[in-house]
Design a protein around this ligand. Sequence first.
Ligand code: GDP
Length: 212
Amino acid sequence: MQSEPDRLFSRATFLASAGTLQEFPADGIREVAFVGRSNVGKSSAINALAGRRRLAFTAKAPGRTQTVNFYDLAGAARLVDLPGYGFARVSKSVREGWERLVGDYFGAGRPLAGVVVLMDARHPMTSHDERLLGWLNTFELRLLAVLTKSDKLSRSEGTVTLNRTRQNLAARCEETILFSSSSGAGVEQVRELLWRWVAAGSAAAANKRPPV
Ligand code: GDP
């Protein structure tokens, strides 16, 4: 039998692609945002969580039109794929586009259950990652660090990286999880944590309803 988190994620469907603030959905459904360096494995991670091959598009060319992509989870919550950052070779205007779009997203007071920060398990905490984490901390959001492509590390390298990064982020992230879209490592753990974030939000929202 499927667990509740598995059931929720298996119902993910594409909802909308937005290139400007005005196009973001405005219905107040809680969101979990995914952010990370370009090519970190973000689209693959969203596909692995949903148990689908092509929900999010993988390996897009850097410098493509940047959009924020919204995925519906059975009307109960939403996954939000923010454009990747840290392109080495893109123009200033593309970088500025990223800052405007992602800045608009976080500055717009979205109903955020939390943010998943993806970093490559082979070299987490690059200067770009550090800057992003520092900036996200100013919003006082729940953060989960996901260390991608862990299949590229040996078991012992994975353990060392996980422990070091977890320690490093203890004050900033609720949890740090080793993850691989290829091997499936960490998929259940991430589903479970995000499901708790979303469920906690619904309970809080229910409690806030005025008594009838
Ligand atoms: P995005 O730009 O962050 O959305 O990254 P993608 O999901 O498109 O992945 C970038 C590249 O990394 C692709 O070539 C993927 O096949 C590869 N990739 C993604 N996840 C994994 C993983 O868990 N393990 C390995 N070995 N490669 C991965």
